[in-house]
Write a protein that binds this ligand. Structure first.
Ligand code: TYD
Length: 135
């Protein structure tokens, strides 16, 4: 799995004195069909979310409000992405270990996924991830 495929996509930002607007179109701003959207919010200070890998799930993560960091790991290299603008979308291919940390107060992490929820798509132990990579 290539960590270099992870990238921040600058989403359209329609600036307006009444308030700004950003949008995402499937297969346009995200390179997949969006099957599911979920969001993480009310995260207590210091908490970490999402320490696992997905076998199939490709995703885009957006900090709708506030900020947090996404740490991505391919078993060899790690990269950290700071999401702190509502118009940044972090694209993550499947097969990478990732977690989210450093959530600011009232931050909201929205995740667009190419899959429906499937608990069998998760690799929840890092050692299992390393074994899976060798397959
Ligand atoms: P999980 O993905 O483990 O959260 P995190 O990645 O932040 O650690 O999900 C937490 C719980 O929510 C878990 O019991 C599965 C459930 N869940 C769903 O039912 N549907 C979903 O779409 C998601 C993302 C999670």
């Amino acid at each position: 799995m290539n960590i270099n495929l992870c990238k921040i996509i600058n989403l359209p930002k329609i600036e307006d004195p009444r308030g700004n607007l950003t949008f995402i179109e499937e297969e346009n701003h995200v390179p997949f069909k969006v099957r599911r959207v979920y969001w993480i919010y009310d995260v207590p200070g210091g908490e970490i979310r999402g320490g696992h890998a997905f076998i199939e799930q490709q995703e885009m993560i957006v900090a709708l409000s506030g900020s947090f960091d996404v740490i991505v790991d391919d078993g060899k290299n790690k990269k950290s992405f700071s999401l702190n603008r509502s118009y940044y979308g972090l694209y993550l291919p499947n097969g990478l270990w990732r977690h989210m940390e450093n959530f600011s107060t009232n931050s909201v992490a929205m995740v667009l996924s190419c899959t429906f929820y499937n608990k069998h798509d998760y690799i929840r132990e890092y050692k299992d991830y390393l074994t899976w990579l060798k397959k």
